[in-house]
Design a binder for this molecule. Structure first.
Ligand code: AMP
Length: 288
């Protein structure tokens, strides 16, 4: 496994691989502090791609002024162990000044999709994501890029950007990895106190309840699902709900009619939520 810090070295390495191989390049962009969720993306990339490239970059552009950029957990040594175990070929770890040597005057902004959910709660967040992912796609030039459905809105935004800008990369969405108790794995889970971590189980439980409800009823409304999920989350005293939404996926359009198993059933819809426990904002979702 090779660890690369500079854009020039990365480009040279990818060029040389392309010259000598006709296998695909798979790419997994992350902010590091890797856990099994990230490892599952790396394993998928290892299965599908000839060369597996992992990036670790805590991207300042996607954090708001009062968010946790400075405090975001970092542990490169441990990350390299996870990467090695997953069979990664190249780890790209640029410094902020390598990615942004001068102030940016270009911004990649996906409209529409980003006006809801985390886009509404975190203004500018998806501009930062789309801009850095676009830069990374230009640097790595992957055939496939692997993204977790933990961040389902991010997957939709990146897919839209790739379609709109004809970026020649296949976006591969990967399932959410959870702790055995249901808590969706996240680098930010380390912020949780023992109590908060216990109460955060209401998130995955509420989605499970919604799933059971959907399976038990032939017709229901998005409002009913939203109420059911909201009510269960509110049973945790430490939970402060940012949003609970039921929308079509991946368009993230509101669902006008009741949802039923008949032919007017949307192909797919998402129950998405963001909830704060103390200072920690957690997201989770279920796509049905
Ligand atoms: P992050 O380091 O949080 O920016 O995440 C990097 C990638 O890992 C994103 O595509 C995330 O969606 C994905 N990811 C994070 N947590 C999980 C999880 N629990 N299950 C699956 N993918 C995840």
């Amino acid at each position: 496994m090779e660890v690369i810090y500079s854009i020039n070295d990365l480009r040279a390495r990818i060029r040389s691989y392309r010259r000598n191989n006709d296998q695909s390049v798979g790419f997994v962009p992350t902010m590091g502090f890797l856990h099994e969720g990230h490892a599952s993306l790396l394993n998928e990339a290892r299965q599908q791609s000839g060369l597996v490239v992992l990036s670790i970059f805590v991207n300042p552009l996607q954090f708001g002024p009062n968010e946790d950029f400075e405090q975001y957990p970092r542990n490169t040594e441990q990350d390299l162990q996870v990467a090695e175990a997953a069979g990664v070929d190249i780890v790209f770890i640029p410094e902020v000044k390598e990615m942004y040597p001068v102030p940016m005057h270009t911004n990649v902004s996906v409209t529409g999709l980003t006006s809801r959910l985390c886009g509404a709660s975190r203004p500018g967040h998806f501009d930062g994501v789309a801009t850095v992912v676009s830069k990374l796609f230009h640097l790595v030039q992957p055939d496939q890029a692997f993204f977790g459905l933990k961040d389902a809105q991010q997957v939709a935004v990146i897919q839209q950007m790739v379609n709109d800008l004809n970026i020649p990369v296949e976006i591969i969405p990967c399932p959410i990895l959870r702790e055995p108790n249901g808590l969706a794995m996240s680098s930010r889970n380390v912020y949780l106190s023992v109590d908060e971590r216990k109460q955060a189980l209401v998130l995955s439980q509420s989605l499970e309840k919604a799933k059971d409800f959907v399976q038990a009823n032939s017709s229901y409304t998005s409002v009913e699902l939203k109420e059911l999920v909201t009510e269960h989350i509110a049973s945790a005293p430490l939970a402060e709900i940012d949003y609970v939404e039921v929308l079509a996926y991946p368009t993230l359009e509101p669902l006008e009619n009741s949802i039923s198993r008949s032919s007017d059933h949307p192909t797919s819809f998402i129950i998405a939520l963001a909830v704060k426990f103390g200072k920690t904002r957690l997201i989770d979702n279920l796509i049905l």
